[in-house]
Write a protein that binds this ligand. Structure first.
Ligand SMILES: [Zn+2]
Length: 265
């Protein structure tokens, strides 16, 4: 039986300008500015949309000096996705910029790796340096969702829908998962933070935030193995994504990109 072919959208909801020195381990002698985009993603088969990550809310983002451009739910509405209608949300990891708006999806089940939930509720969070990237209200809310029967746990690689699979790629966070999605041009890897930038995996540059540097570096190789080639990998925070892929309509230029199709540049 052939697998369904999905459309995948990257939807930008926030941005910041950091420096290469802050962003990458080892920095950069020239320490140039480095812009970062914040995305959520949607995987659509014509009948229903599966959402990947939920972004941060205005308050948490601005507290951390990020620019909040639009609520991720408003971004989804721009491509016709009503958050109330969403039945499945994949949480790649619990960092504040990926898990901050769980309440906006009242009818969804949330998919997360066992290891990520254990990580954010366990001993590791006694280290300020490690818990810095998480927001306590998000973690508490996820615990509430567990008790409300709205969380589906995955232990390693798993199939969520025909042609949509999750793959653990730990390192940046302990239970981080990337996705492979079947599309008309083959398998596309929605890497999320398994690679923040194209150069992260192309040049194996370590991102400053990580639990395990070795696993993060191995993760760059892992996503390249999962993809037919590097042009089938969608990194989690690279502004190039909106430049490489076409917008679904001219009015969404700079906001939404169709990342299941061939890059235009
Ligand atoms: Zn992130």
């Amino acid at each position: 039986m052939s697998l369904p072919e999905y459309k995948i959208y990257a939807i930008k909801y926030g941005e910041r300008v950091g420096t290469r020195g802050q962003t990458f381990v080892g920095g950069d002698p020239h320490d140039a500015p480095l812009p970062m985009d914040y995305f959520v993603w949607a995987i659509c088969n014509g009948e229903e949309a599966t959402v990947v990550d939920v972004g941060f809310g205005r308050e948490e983002g601005e507290k951390r000096g990020r620019t909040f451009l639009r609520c991720p739910s408003e971004g989804l509405k721009l491509i016709g996705i009503e958050p109330q209608a969403v039945r499945n949300v994949i949480i790649t990891h619990m960092h504040y910029d990926h898990a901050g708006n769980l309440e906006l999806f009242p009818n969804a089940r949330f998919h997360i790796q066992d290891t990520e939930m254990a990580y954010v509720t366990g001993r590791a969070m006694t280290h300020k340096r490690l818990r810095h990237s998480f927001a306590l209200p998000d973690v508490l809310q996820m615990v509430s969702l567990v008790y409300g029967d709205r969380v589906e746990f995955h232990d390693g690689e798993d199939e969520l829908l025909p042609g949509v699979r999750v793959h653990p790629v730990p390192g940046h966070s302990r239970g981080l998962q990337s996705l492979t999605v079947n599309t008309a041009r083959g398998t596309v890897v929605v890497a999320s933070d398994a690679a923040h930038y194209y150069e992260s995996f192309l040049d194996e540059i370590a991102f400053s935030t990580h639990e395990d540097m070795y696993k993060m570096l191995e993760g760059y190789r892992r996503i390249r193995k999962l993809a037919p080639d590097d042009d089938h990998i969608v990194p989690g925070h690279d502004p190039l994504v909106l430049k490489k892929y076409p917008a679904p309509s001219p009015d969404l230029e700079g906001i939404v990109a169709r990342v299941d199709v061939a890059p235009v540049s």
